[in-house]
Design a protein around this ligand. Structure first.
Ligand SMILES: Cc1ncc(COP(=O)(O)O)c(C=O)c1O
Length: 303
C-alpha cells in the first residue's frame, strides 16, 4: 500500500511529520475547527483520480466556516488546486482518503475569529471492516446533539465528542457500532455515518431535521435509489421501535461507504443477512464513484 509522505498546511507542501499547530491555538483550545473527509477514487484503467462530490464537500465546509464566523472562507477553486497538488505529491497507486481541516490557528480569547489556517492530508484507507459481513449496532443511551446547541448539520470537530462517547459505549457493550437517538427519542444517525432501513419494501432514512449531518453519501443514495427504482426514499422521523421492523438496514458515509447492518440491539435485522436493496445500492454506488459507468460525471472531479 502507498504511504502518505507529504501533507499540506496553508497551501504549502511539507513532509507528513512536520505539520503542526500551536497547542493554544483556538482550533485546539476551543475546538474551532470544521473538517471534511473526502475520497479520490483511482481508476487504474484510465490512470486517473477523481474526487467524489468535491463541490458539495466544499459547500458544507464553507457554511461551517461561515456559521463559526471565521475571518476567511476558502474558495472551492483554490482548494481544488491545493488538493490536486497534494494528491500528485503523494504519488498514490490506489484510492485516496482526504482529510481537510480548517481552523482558527491564532491564539486568543474564545471569540477570536482568525487567523484561519488549513491542513489537508491524503492517506490510504483500508477497506472498512464489516463491508461484506455486516455489522451489529446498539442504540446508544447518549442522545444526539441538538441543532440549537451544537448543530450536527456542520462538520465541526466539537460535534465528535458526542459521537466518540457513543462509539466508545457501543464498543464497551460489545457492538460494532452505535445508533443515536434525538433528545425526542427518534432515530438520528451513527457516530460517523447516516442510517437507512427498509421497512415493508420501502427505503426510509431520518429526515434532515433529525439532528443529522447532511451527508453527501446520503444524498448520493437518495439519487441512486430514485434512479434505480423510480421511487423516492422516505425521509421522515423514525421511531426507535420501527428499527425492529426493519427488513434491511445500512449506514453510509464517505469513509464508511455503505456498510450493511445485520443486527440492532442484538436482534436480527430481517434474516440477519445482507439484503437485496443494500446490495443493489452498494453496487450502484461503487460503479458511480469509481467511474465504471458514465452516470453523474458532474460528481467526479478528475485531478
Ligand atoms: C456524523 C456523521 N454523519 C454522517 C456522515 C457521512 O457524511 P458524508 O456522506 O458527507 O461523508 C459522517 C461522515 O463524516 C459523519 O461524521
Amino acid at each position: 500500500m502507498w504511504q502518505a509522505r507529504t501533507i499540506m498546511v496553508n497551501g504549502e507542501l511539507m513532509p507528513f511529520a512536520q505539520a503542526s499547530v500551536h497547542p493554544l491555538s483556538l482550533g485546539m483550545a476551543y475546538a474551532t475547527t470544521v473538517f471534511e473527509g473526502l475520497r479520490a477514487y483511482h481508476h487504474p484503467g484510465r490512470g486517473e483520480f477523481a474526487i467524489f462530490r468535491l463541490a458539495e464537500h466544499m459547500r458544507r465546509l464553507q457554511v461551517g466556516m461561515k456559521l463559526m464566523r471565521f475571518d476567511r472562507i476558502y474558495e472551492t477553486d483554490y482548494m481544488r488546486d491545493c488538493l490536486a497538488r497534494l494528491i500528485r505529491a503523494n504519488a498514490p497507486d490506489d484510492d485516496v482518503y482526504i482529510r481537510l481541516l480548517a481552523y482558527i490557528e491564532g491564539i486568543g480569547l474564545m471569540a477570536t475569529t482568525g487567523p484561519v489556517g488549513f491542513t489537508a492530508a491524503a492517506m490510504p484507507r483500508e477497506k472498512p471492516k464489516f463491508a461484506d459481513t455486516g455489522m451489529s449496532l446498539g442504540v446508544s443511551s447518549w442522545n444526539r446533539l441538538s441543532d440549537n446547541a451544537s448543530p450536527p448539520r456542520i462538520k465541526s470537530t466539537a460535534n465528535y465528542h458526542n459521537a466518540r462517547l457513543t462509539q466508545l459505549q457501543a464498543r464497551a457493550d460489545g457492538y460494532d457500532g452505535a445508533l443515536m437517538l434525538t433528545p425526542q427519542g427518534r432515530v438520528s444517525e451513527a457516530p460517523i455515518a447516516c442510517f437507512f432501513m427498509v421497512r415493508d419494501g420501502r427505503l426510509l432514512t431520518p429526515s434532515v431535521t433529525s439532528n443529522i449531518l447532511e451527508s453527501i453519501t446520503r444524498d448520493t443514495i437518495l439519487t441512486l435509489y430514485r434512479e434505480a427504482t423510480g421511487r423516492a426514499c422516505e425521509e421522515r422521523e423514525i421511531d426507535r421501535s420501527e428499527l425492529y421492523f426493519a427488513e434491511e438496514a445500512f449506514v453510509c458515509g464517505t469513509g464508511q461507504e455503505i456498510l450493511p447492518v445485520t443486527s440492532i440491539d442484538k436482534l436480527p435485522v430481517g434474516d440477519g443477512k445482507v439484503g437485496p436493496v443494500t446490495a443493489m445500492l452498494r453496487q450502484r454506488y461503487f460503479d458511480v464513484v469509481r467511474g465504471n459507468v458514465p452516470d453523474h460525471p458532474e460528481w467526479r472531479t478528475v485531478v
